[in-house]
Design a protein around this ligand. Sequence first.
Ligand code: CA
Ligand code: CA
Ligand code: CA
Length: 146
Amino acid sequence: MTRRYFTSAAMIAALCVATPAAAVQGQRDPTQLLDRADTDGDGRITRAEFTQSRARMFDKLDRDEDGYLSDADMSQRRFKRRSGGGGRFKELIDYLDENDDGRVARSEFVEGPNPMFDRADRNADGVIDPDEMAELREAAAARRAD
Ligand SMILES: [Ca+2]
Ligand SMILES: [Ca+2]
Ligand SMILES: [Ca+2]
C-alpha cells in the first residue's frame, strides 16, 4: 500500500484538522469547509472556488511564509498540543508531497488530489450543487450520530 491509497475519509479528517479555525473549534464537518469555499454565496461550489479556498488554507498553514508546508510550520502550530494533531499534519504532508522532498509546495497543495471535492461532486460536472451539499450534510450528520 502506498500513500496514494489513503481513504478519502482519512483525507477529509486530515484536511479538516489541518484548518486552523477548525482545529480551534474541534470542527470536523466537511460541509463547513465547503460553505466557506462558496465565495460568491450562490450555494454552488465550483472547482475554481474550491481551489481558491485551498490556496487560502495554504496561506494560513504556511506560518513561516516560505511557500512550503513542512515540519517548520507544524512546530509553530497550536494544534500540535492536541493529541494526534501533529501526526495528522505529517500525514497530510506525506499525502500531498508529490516530489518526495519532505515538504509541500503551494502548487502541490492547491493543485493536488481533491478526493473531498470529487466525492462530493457525485455527478462529476465540476460543481457541488445544493442537492449534493445536502447529501454531504446528511452523511456528516450520520457520522456524528454514530
Ligand atoms: Ca459559488
Ligand atoms: Ca512554511
Ligand atoms: Ca455536481
